[in-house]
Design a protein around this ligand. Structure first.
Ligand code: TEU
Length: 555
């Protein structure tokens, strides 16, 4: 079957349901809204879509707090709506991947409600990470772990008799209690959740916080920073922290892979969201007995500097090759500053997860130019790639979210020290002159759209040659035609310090393509024999590639 290993070269589009398209007029995106936009995604040229969570949830972390893993939140629609969407997608040749959130459930999940009602030591409590406190009357938390979102990582419960009781661990929000993955019941439950969605026809799962499920059993204090997740992390191995990247996670994923493989072809895939250092340890997740893909966050976090870019790509290819997995490139998602803004921050601004208070306002012209170049580079590399809704429109991060409308728990839990991730989650602009920029049938939008979004609306870009939407569409179609996802890459040197270039062979050497990006000030000439196919921006009058521009050429 031709598409058996489709994930080795696929481009997958991330839909963040609440901000993609609204069908009801309540200002929040939903599944029927997304279904209506499938032809748009088909025309764009992606192979699959990944949906961030749409499950039943109190929405304390925008759906990453799941109260029922087997049903759709009424906010987004019904199981029938999902089935309709899936059928339409498949008819268009688009695969659908869903999000799996196994590290924690919502505190409103029936399991956690039962755990609260049950006694310490009960089987109900054993599904989560309950512990007695330390100090006088157990009034201090079991250890010093913090929450990734800020504040303490433990919360004390009140027992049935009204006395202060045990503590439960929540690596994220207080409404996201961590599950106990040493408990076979938890393991069985998630295997069954996977079966549930495979039966409905999904093509795979993006797995949330894949590096966090297993904790070091003694739950020792951790003196280092909690956030070994982003570029703020020290150059230390992630697994130095007792809550991340523990060896025990791998047996979980082996069991999931075996289950998925048992369904035969075409492959149903697992993609890991694992913020793991060093790359050699991240590669363990994509051995052929575990995940098919893992987001390459080193690429996402790479500073806009040729030496770094070259080193990151080289290392990624090396570790992926060592386990026979495709590289999985990504530049934006719902947790990080949109790359049309992030890439214009000064080199050394180590902040992928939301704009900080007092951060410099990045230049939008520089940002967009770099974003277009970065995407042109990314889609010219072999392997798979993920794109985040709205990046095909060149949307910048919104710097204009009023504080009182912010919903990201990061904003609250850091005592407003971090603004959080709302700025990359703005409802998409579909129509430049409609109320709410055509997000839905009313003027309502759950977060306001910045003024700059009107000119970037999809309808403005659809037939506009040279628009960012046009660039993405052409890149995706050329990538498919030239089979670049299946090619092999050879680094091309000698073009100058600030130039990063590869020869992508295309599948079976069919379409040798030069992929080149210039991060320096001085325009560079194409090498002898290179014939331009596409460029992220205009070339100079004498045909050179100017600063912050990428090209593909026949070679
Ligand atoms: O994110 C994992 C994660 O730890 C970070 O990306 C995190 O969002 C960031 O450091 C916060 O500053 C996943 C989801 O992608 C994210 O949206 C969820 O909030 C998180 O897990 C909890 O489920």
């Amino acid at each position: 079957r031709a598409d058996a290993a489709w994930w080795r070269h696929a481009v997958i589009y991330q839909i963040y349901p609440r901000s993609f398209a609204d069908s009801t007029g309540n200002g929040i995106g939903d599944l029927p809204g997304a279904r209506a936009k499938l032809p748009y995604l088909k025309a764009l040229g992606v192979d699959a879509v990944w949906f961030s969570p749409f499950y039943v949830s109190p929405q304390a972390d925008a759906g990453y707090d799941v109260a029922n893993y087997r049903d759709i939140d009424p906010l987004f629609g019904t199981l029938a709506d999902f089935q309709g969407l899936l059928d339409d997608a498949n008819a268009l040749g688009l695969k659908v991947i869903v999000d799996l959130v196994p590290n924690h459930s919502s505190d409103e999940h029936p399991w956690f409600q039962a755990a609260l009602a049950a006694a310490p030591g009960s089987p109900e409590r054993a599904r989560y990470m309950f512990r007695d406190g330390k100090g006088v009357d157990g009034s201090e938390p079991p250890n010093n772990w913090k929450s990734v979102f800020g504040g303490p990582g433990w919360t004390r419960v009140t027992e049935a008799d009204g006395t202060p009781g045990q503590w439960y661990l929540h690596i994220f929000d207080v409404k996201q209690p961590d599950l106990n993955w040493d408990n076979p019941e938890v393991r069985e439950e998630f295997l069954d959740v996977i079966r549930f969605w495979v039966k409905r026809g999904v093509a795979g799962f993006r797995v949330d916080v894949a590096h966090g499920l297993v904790k070091e059993p003694s739950l020792p204090d951790w003196a280092g920073p909690q956030e070994l997740l982003g570029p703020d992390e020290p150059e230390e191995a992630t697994n130095a922290a007792p809550m991340w990247d523990q060896d025990g996670v791998h047996t979980i994923y082996e069991s999931w892979r075996a289950l998925l493989d048992s369904y035969g072809e075409p492959d149903r895939i697992l993609c890991a969201e694992a913020w793991v250092n060093p790359p050699e340890r991240a590669a363990l997740y994509i051995r052929n007995t575990e995940f098919h893909q893992a987001f390459n966050f080193d690429f996402l976090e790479c500073p806009w500097r040729a030496t770094d870019l070259r080193a990151v790509i080289r290392k990624s290819l090396e570790v992926c090759d060592s386990v026979g997995a495709p590289a999985t490139w990504v530049l934006s998602n719902h947790d990080v500053i949109r790359h049309a803004t992030r890439l214009a921050l000064p080199v050394g601004t180590k902040r992928p997860n939301g704009i900080g208070i007092g951060d410099p306002q990045p230049d939008p012209v520089v940002g967009l130019r770099r974003a277009r170049a970065a995407t042109t580079l990314m889609l010219g590399l072999s392997g798979s790639a993920y794109i985040y809704q709205g990046e095909e429109l060149g949307l910048p991060e919104s710097m204009e979210v009023p504080n009182e409308l912010r919903e990201d728990p990061v904003y609250l839990r850091t005592g407003h020290k971090e603004l959080g991730r709302d700025g990359c989650r703005i409802p998409l602009p579909w129509t430049h002159d409609a109320p709410g920029l055509g997000f839905g049938p009313s003027e309502k939008v759950w977060l306001p759209q910045p003024e700059a979004y009107a000119a970037l609306a999809a309808d403005q870009q659809a037939d506009a040659e040279g628009s960012t939407l046009d660039l993405y569409t052409r890149l995706l179609h050329l990538r498919r035609e030239r089979e670049l996802g299946l090619g092999s890459l050879r680094e091309i040197g000698g073009l100058g310090e600030d130039v990063v270039a590869y020869l992508n062979t295309g599948k079976d050497d069919a379409y040798p393509t030069l992929v080149l990006i210039n991060l320096g000030e001085i325009p560079v000439a194409l090498p002898e024999g290179a014939d331009l196919v596409i460029a992220s921006g205009e070339l100079t009058a004498d045909g050179k590639v100017p600063t912050d521009t990428a090209i593909w050429a026949r070679y």
